[in-house]
Ligand binder design. Structure first.
Ligand code: SF4
Length: 283
């Protein structure tokens, strides 16, 4: 079994992000991947530290920009399994436009959002997925804003793989991650990952009492996008499992002239004639 041990996490005891790290490590081991096969690219926030704690390659990027970096990594080296990761503030606040464009671009990578409905690293401010009415340091009378609804957003934009998991269900989360990694194209997994220190509303018990597991429903058709959207809206997004899945060509497959072997495998040695040709082009 591959050794994925890395730096010891400094997350608060009980933080949901431990479950995500655990499930991701189990998933890549189950898929037979070695540490040098996998790269985790993260943004900023408590959850962004996962790129340091994961035992493969790690790239700790800047706030909200995990996806542009991750797409660049995948296009440069298609042999890598690329995981982008971050929190709801990172992905659905400052980085939201990258999520939408990554969905429509469809580069083959997996995006894991550790959604705790609050800004944890900065000690408890209102976040993009905070519930309406939620009291935080920056909304002492309760939030008056509607939360971002990640699953609805991704389904509406036509994301080829949409799933949700919960840090209180690590075995199930590992199975969801495996399916997301195996999906060819962009896959989004939103994870309810409780912040035990600053969010006293959306706790493990809160989610346990509400979540419905779609993977246990034999009648649920995960290939029907309209039905998936209806299900998510009916349940207020309180589902886990694979919500929607379809096959679509990836960005790298469709781009004319884009080499199959990826940029890092290209021969970059230039001869004198190549320089003259370049010179002539810019003359
Ligand atoms: Fe986790 Fe919240 Fe602690 Fe950050 S502040 S490590 S999100 S429990």
């Amino acid at each position: 079994v591959a050794d994925f041990r890395a730096a010891r996490p400094t997350w608060c005891p009980g933080c949901g992000d431990f479950g995500v790290l655990n499930a991701l490590t189990r998933a890549v081991i189950d898929l037979g991947l070695e540490p040098e096969d996998v790269v985790v690219v993260s943004g900023i926030g408590c959850s962004g530290k996962i790129s340091q704690y994961f035992g493969g390659y790690g790239f700790h990027g800047i706030h909200g920009r995990a996806l542009p970096i991750a797409q660049g990594v995948k296009l440069a080296n298609r042999e890598l399994t690329v995981i982008a990761a971050g929190g709801d503030g990172d992905g659905y606040g400052i980085g939201l436009s990258h999520v939408i464009h990554a969905i429509r671009r469809n580069v083959d990578l997996t995006y894991i959002v550790m959604d705790n409905h609050i800004y944890g690293l900065t000690t408890g401010q209102l976040a993009p997925t905070s519930d309406k009415g939620m009291k935080t340091k920056t909304s002492p009378y309760g939030s008056v804003e509607e939360p971002i609804r990640p699953l609805e957003l991704a389904l509406a934009q036509g994301c080829g793989f949409v799933a949700q998991a919960f840090s209180g269900e690590i075995n199930h989360m590992a199975e969801v991650f495996k399916k997301a990694i195996q999906h060819k194209g962009f896959s989004l997994v939103n994870v309810f990952s409780p912040c035990v220190t600053f969010n006293k509303l959306n706790t493990y018990d809160y989610f346990k009492a509400r979540l419905v597991n779609l993977d246990e429903d034999p009648d649920y058709d995960r290939h029907d996008r309209a039905a998936a959207l209806r299900k998510v809206m009916e349940t207020g997004g309180m589902v886990i499992g694979v919500v929607y899945e379809t096959d679509k060509p990836t960005f790298e497959e469709q781009l004319p002239g884009f080499p199959e072997e990826g940029l890092v495998q290209q021969d970059l040695e230039l001869g004198e004639d190549d320089y003259r040709e370049l010179e002539a082009q810019f003359a």
